[in-house]
Design a binder for this molecule. Structure first.
Ligand SMILES: Cc1cc2nc3c(=O)[nH]c(=O)nc-3n(C[C@H](O)[C@H](O)[C@H](O)COP(=O)(O)OP(=O)(O)OC[C@H]3O[C@@H](n4cnc5c(N)ncnc54)[C@H](O)[C@@H]3O)c2cc1C
Length: 316
């Protein structure tokens, strides 16, 4: 099968903010071979490439993306028995974390349920090294298959290759893209599975009660690295962006058109219906200006900005 490449495809319904323009070219490869064909198309036509997961951590420019958007629909899920206590699960980059967690629980494997309620695919989650409190996705990843942007060569890499950190992985260089990832998970008894399912439900309930759940990208700015801040709170460096924004008082207040800082979380922006990406950028920029004016530091986006001709926010 050959990959189908479409022209002028709207990205508005393919990202969680539900804003932004169209991709000049768009495709959904279902196999690594189709992914290779897509990359070859981009090389032949000298196109910029963007790999789209579930669109849960991106903001697309109102002008759209003048290149090829590849949304991998690689959906393979396989279990390999390791030993009496652990198993390995290989998941395609296009599988959602939610489907992966359900698959693991159905097969009596635990660990990943700590990421319950976080939207996104395996591809986007490895890219950012998905995090929730003390849990990082790297704690479970053992190896992965990646594809080189220019040569289309597929290689298997280990965890070290990713050079993971908070919000950080080798994938940020955009030289390689993820095809699949392999996770090492603990085999559980039926009783442990019941506990894990309860925990999953509780995390989802907690998240839905505390944070906005749609028309947002989650946290807009990444938290600060300890070396970037001097303020101490409760004996620790104050690294949480929301801490500074809360002190300023932006929740439910800062607004442009239908773009508003969530009343639930000071580091989350929400599209209340008809916001444009330009509206969201204006609010985000004002958040940066306020933190800079009051505390002398500039928050940097965790949200990936796509298709902007010029960087639209304040730079450090
Ligand atoms: C309501 C809400 C709550 C959230 N809570 C959290 C949270 O608690 N913790 C957290 O860490 N994040 C959170 N996020 C952010 C988001 O869920 C994660 O960043 C998620 O991993 C994004 O996955 P995605 O598939 O949607 O990636 P996308 O948003 O589509 O893409 C994000 C980045 O990943 C890259 N990418 C995607 N697939 C691949 C691939 N196959 N190969 C290489 N690069 C790829 C893209 O190019 C892009 O740069 C939240 C988001 C929302 C909307």
């Amino acid at each position: 099968m050959s990959v189908v490449i479409q022209k002028n495809v709207s990205l508005k319904n393919k990202n969680w903010f539900q804003t932004g323009g169209a991709a000049k070219w768009f495709c959904e490869p279902q196999t690594p071979q189709e992914f290779q064909q897509a990359l070859n198309f981009a090389t032949q036509h000298n196109l910029e490439i963007f790999i789209l997961g579930h669109g849960a951590n991106i903001l697309v420019s109102d002008e759209g993306f003048d290149g090829l958007v590849i949304q991998p629909k690689l959906q393979n899920l396989t279990i390999l028995n390791m030993n009496a206590t652990e198993s390995i699960v290989q998941a395609g980059a296009g599988i959602t974390m939610s489907s992966l967690i359900e698959f693991c629980l159905e097969n009596n494997l635990i660990g990943l349920e700590e990421f319950s309620g976080i939207p996104g695919t395996v591809g986007g989650s490895v890219y950012i090294n998905l995090h929730y409190f003390e849990f990082l996705l790297e704690q479970f990843l053992v190896e992965a298959q990646v594809i080189h942007k220019e040569t289309s060569k597929i290689i298997t890499v280990d965890k070290q290759w990713f050079n993971f950190g908070y919000n950080k992985s080798t994938l940020h260089k955009k030289e390689y893209f993820l095809l699949s990832a392999t996770f090492l998970l603990k085999k559980a008894t039926d009783q442990e599975i019941m506990y894990a399912r309860g925990r999953r439900q509780e995390i989802i309930r907690h998240r839905k009660a505390r944070y906005p759940y749609s028309h947002t990208c989650g946290s807009f700015f990444r938290n600060f690295y300890p070396k970037e801040v001097t303020l101490i709170s409760n004996g620790k460096k104050a690294i949480w962006v929301a801490y500074y924004l809360d002190k300023i008082g932006v929740k439910g207040q800062l607004k442009k058109g239908d773009a508003i800082v969530s009343y639930q979380h000071a580091n989350m922006l929400v599209n209340q219906g008809k916001a444009t990406t330009t509206d969201i950028i204006e609010v985000a920029k004002e958040m940066q200006q306020l933190v800079h004016k009051n505390f002398g530091i500039i928050p940097e986006p965790e949200c990936q900005l796509i298709g902007f001709k010029k960087y639209p926010l304040l730079k450090k």
